[in-house]
Ligand binder design. Structure first.
Ligand SMILES: Nc1ncnc2c1ncn2[C@@H]1O[C@H](COP(=O)(O)OP(=O)(O)OP(=O)(O)O)[C@@H](O)[C@H]1O
Ligand SMILES: [Mg+2]
Length: 375
């Protein structure tokens, strides 16, 4: 396997070498899954849920002959799409597709209206859901789970962006999935997503089918001390000198938010300097903001003046605990509390703002840094 040309990945997962820490979380997930408890993994966007799932599976893989299925249901819009995603996941879970495996699946998939098709050029087989009657979808999902149950092996299934099922038009989707999942002894689940409120109410509201059916895990930022070592090590491995202070500057500027830290380090690494100083780090910050500014200007056109002004004010504070307080409104000349509340809701809805225990903040770190510079 080739090693990545840049150790700071900005998408996906490669191996433990390029993955920082998450030891406690990995152990916790592993312990839950191997002891018959499913997990719900929640964090803000781009903190590292998907990569963590891949890391956990990667660690497991070497030690067992279980099946690992990781599906992202963000693009799915209904139960039939879900069925298709799950079918693909099952098909792709075996890297070496022996004739025996394909034969078994062929027979099985045809019973749910799916086929295995072969790419005309590469000859690679793939799963396709053809001629499927939506009325049979629920039954077909049952069949897929039956297949896993009867396989006689352990399966670990991660369903990324799980909150998406609450948007499906079909009725009782949660009840349907839950009733099937709870009987599966050999299939273990990670449900993951970034829509905190939707997921919490799905798993913690006693009226909902998934109520208390999983361990809840909230993924926080990576410990900055450990992240600093990780960054230092990767620059050193490539014989590049970088001061600890410069790394602290990156972590602070990126608010220790995984994707943004990775992105800045990736750019800095790509510069190929043997000795990196603060001026070079600051230049990378500026380049990134310069390149994304067209997108940010476009956001300006999508928002009302009140929403834009509020966004700028919150970016300036980094965290705004009480944006409707007299002090905050006066400082930024924002109008009355009802206007602010309306803007807050609109911006939360558009996911431009998020809220945590410290208050409201602009979710996209680069956008937030760019807004700050406008003041
Ligand atoms: N522990 C880690 N060490 C190094 N890089 C990481 C780590 N965790 C995540 N990353 C990188 O950070 C980026 C964001 O991670 P990831 O896509 O897993 O986040 P996410 O929480 O699933 O985001 P989203 O909510 O948008 O799906 C990716 O480029 C990933 O490679
Ligand atoms: Mg993800």
């Amino acid at each position: 396997m080739n090693t990545p040309s840049n150790p700071f990945l900005i998408s996906g997962y490669y191996s433990a070498e390029y993955f920082c820490d998450r030891k406690t979380e990995t152990d916790k997930i592993r312990s839950a899954l191997t002891n018959g408890r499913n997990i719900t993994l929640i964090s803000n966007r781009r903190i590292g849920k998907t990569a963590l799932i891949e890391h956990v599976f990667n660690r497991f893989r070497g030690k067992s002959n279980a099946g690992f299925i990781h599906i992202d249901i963000y693009p799915t819009q209904n139960l039939t799409d879900f069925l298709s995603a799950l079918g693909k996941g099952i098909f792709n879970s075996r890297s070496s597709k022996t004739t025996k495996f394909i034969d078994t699946l062929m027979r099985f998939f045809s019973s749910i209206g799916a086929t295995i098709v072969y790419d005309a050029v590469s000859g690679q087989p793939s799963f396709e859901l053809k001629y499927h009657d939506p009325k049979r979808t629920a039954k077909s999902i049952d069949h897929l789970f039956d297949y896993l149950e009867k396989s006689g092996k352990q399966f670990y299934i991660a369903i990324d962006e799980f909150q998406q099922i609450s948007n499906y038009p079909e009725k009782n989707v949660e009840a349907l999935l839950r009733s099937k999942i709870q009987h599966l002894k050999n299939v273990h689940f990670i449900f993951s997503g970034s829509h905190k409120h939707v997921l919490i109410s799905m798993f913690a509201d006693y009226k909902r089918p998934f109520y208390q059916s999983t361990d809840m895990m909230f993924l926080d930022s990576i410990d900055p001390v450990i992240y600093e070592d990780f960054i230092f090590r990767h620059f050193s491995n490539a014989r590049r000198q970088i001061k600890r202070e410069s790394i602290k500057l990156i972590l602070e500027w990126c608010r220790n938010h995984t994707y943004y830290v990775q992105y800045v380090c990736n750019r800095l690494y790509a510069n190929n300097s043997k000795k990196i100083n603060d001026a070079e780090v600051l230049a990378v910050f500026n380049e990134v903001l310069e390149e994304t500014k067209a997108t940010y200007f476009n956001y300006r056109n999508l928002l009302t003046d009140a929403q834009w002004n509020l966004l700028c004010a919150i970016a300036n504070e980094e965290h705004a605990a009480m944006p409707t307080s007299a002090k905050f409104m006066k400082k930024y000349n924002l109008g009355g509390p009802s206007t602010i509340n309306r803007s807050l809701n609109a911006l939360l809805d558009k996911e431009m703002l998020l809220k945590d225990e410290k208050g409201y903040f602009v979710y996209d770190v680069f956008f937030s840094r760019w807004l700050e510079k406008l003041q």
